[in-house]
Write a protein that binds this ligand. Structure first.
Ligand code: NAD
Length: 472
């Protein structure tokens, strides 16, 4: 078994009382790693270290170029350790190692490189006034950032928070999800190797409620909380943070609508629709889990979509050919499995596989108010529903408390713009999916979250913009 500790104040360490927990490999269903199990005490130590590093250490006072050089050095090390990081995520939560190696790890490195350069090159606004004054904005680091992460894209989503927080001069305490703790620890080891000062980047392991996670959300020494996870957890964290009026950024759940119009390029639509729901075994906040297809192409699209779903390679995540692995944990498998007990419609393909596998599952004739159509399943299960008019498609897509993202497939340019504008979502992908420009806003509407991250949007959250007003 591989062992991991907390990384606090530049040192890997055990919990104060020696508590440990196992990470279970969802393919073998055996423990593969054991880790220090933290609680409020360890979270407190990590916050104290981050506080000291912010108040007394060099980090917030280094120039953007010097901080940026360290972030680029960390990105180099992430790339050099790609196999180790990819395997850690794969063993922790069952993601195909090829996806982790070829997509998640390169994106993690890119997160550091992008935000290092973005912070260094960002300009601030000046406001020359006609009253004989001159005002300008300074983007000063907010302080100590608590980052609380989910298990579905562990390294990629953690670096999406940690990179901008560090680039703008904050210090960080990261609590990875209890189901996917390993890659965060490897990342923090690499930060030590890269030469980050002690206390700048800390990782504490543990659970959420009454554990390390909750302690981070109630600690008055924390200046920002950035959270990605379930909408229900987001509500709890927001209530906890309200006690200290700590600003919170929330990237929450989704129930992505995917609209395929009759004039779409069907090859392209089938290809992206498969990726949109079956990548990462559907454990994607952005999953296109509600598919709406215009009636004239329903039959053809469905036949091709089902055939493509059945052609996906299911299996051992360590096999480079595998496209769909097991779900991340037994608890999660039970939850997704529960939806299949009574899917509320006609199962065209899919169902339970071996162990914690759910085969790519497509269900038609599902009523609009059924749990499968309304709730975030977070697995490889998609509903397919016909529509007759554009207005009906938009209404159906918007009929959800979630509003993270939507997809539109059409070759009609006017419709592409019109429908993109009408959809209630943080991101609309037209004729594609998952393509990210790190400068663009990322976040959700309604139950999908608060605030936006990416480029200047991350800067707004991770800094305290200050106005300096001078009489001239
Ligand atoms: P989760 O809410 O169960 O847990 C996320 C993290 O919060 C974990 O680290 C957990 O330990 C911690 N946590 C739980 N309760 C807490 C509490 N009371 N106080 C502090 N921390 C607490 O989510 P999950 O199951 O790990 O992740 C899946 C969810 O994440 C899905 O809903 C998915 O849509 C969402 N997600 C959203 C995005 C996005 O960008 N919008 C991205 C990925 C995942």
């Amino acid at each position: 078994m591989t062992s991991f500790g907390h990384i606090i104040d530049g040192r890997e360490q055990d919990s104060l009382d020696g508590s440990r927990f196992d990470s279970i490999d969802p393919w073998t269903r055996e423990p593969w790693a054991d880790l220090a199990l933290g609680g409020p005490a360890e979270a407190g130590l990590a916050v104290a270290a981050a506080r000291r590093a912010f108040d007394e250490g060099p980090w917030p006072r280094l120039g953007y170029a010097e901080r940026g050089a360290l972030l680029h050095r960390l990105a180099d090390l992430v790339e050099e350790h790609a196999d180790e990081l990819a395997l850690a995520d794969s063993r922790d939560m069952g993601k195909p190692v090829a996806d982790a190696r070829d997509k998640d790890v390169p994106r993690a490195a890119r997160n550091f490189r992008f935000f290092a350069d973005h912070a260094r090159l960002a300009t601030s606004e000046a406001y020359p006034s006609d009253t004989g004054h001159h005002a300008y904005a300074r983007f000063e680091p907010a302080g100590v950032v608590a980052a609380i992460a989910p298990w579905n894209f562990p390294l990629m989503l953690e670096t999406w928070k940690v990179a901008p927080a560090l680039a703008w001069g904050n210090t960080v305490v990261l609590k990875p999800a209890e189901d996917s703790p390993a890659s965060a620890t490897i990342l923090a080891r690499l930060a030590i190797e890269a030469g980050f000062p002690p206390g700048v980047f800390n990782v504490v392991h543990g659970y959420g409620p009454a554990s390390a996670g909750e302690a981070l959300t109630t600690d008055p020494r924390v200046d920002r909380i950035t959270f990605t996870g379930e909408s229900g957890t987001g509500r709890i964290i927001t209530a906890a943070a309200a006690r200290n009026l700590t600003p919170v950024s929330l990237e929450l759940g989704g129930k992505g609508a995917n609209l395929v119009f009759a004039d779409a390029d069907l090859d392209n639509a089938v290809d992206w629709s498969i990726k949109a729901i079956f990548t990462n075994a559907g454990q994607v906040c952005l999953a296109g889990s509600r598919l709406f297809v215009e009636r004239p192409v329903l039959e053809e699209f469905t036949a091709r979509f089902v055939a493509a779903a059945e052609a996906l390679v299911i299996g051992d995540p360590r096999d480079p050919a595998t496209q769909v692995g097991p779900l991340a944990s037994e608890t999660h498998w039970r939850k997704v499995s529960g939806y299949l007990d009574d899917p509320g419609g006609k199962v065209l393909t899919g169902g339970r596989g071996d162990g914690w596998v759910i085969r790519p599952t497509i269900v038609s004739e599902v009523p609009a108010d059924s749990p499968l159509q309304c709730q975030e399943v977070f697995g490889p299960v998609v509903t397919i529903t016909p529509f007759d008019t554009e207005a009906e498609a938009v209404r159906a897509a918007n009929d959800s408390p979630f509003g993270l993202n939507a997809m539109v497939f059409t070759e009609n340019l006017s419709r592409a713009h019109r429908v993109s504008a009408a959809l209630r979502a943080g991101t609309v992908w037209t004729n594609c999916f998952f393509v990210r420009d790190l400068r663009a806003p990322f976040g959700g509407v309604g139950d999908s979250g608060w605030g936006r991250e990416g480029g200047n949007f991350s800067r707004e959250f991770f800094t305290e913009p200050k106005a300096v007003v001078m009489a001239i």
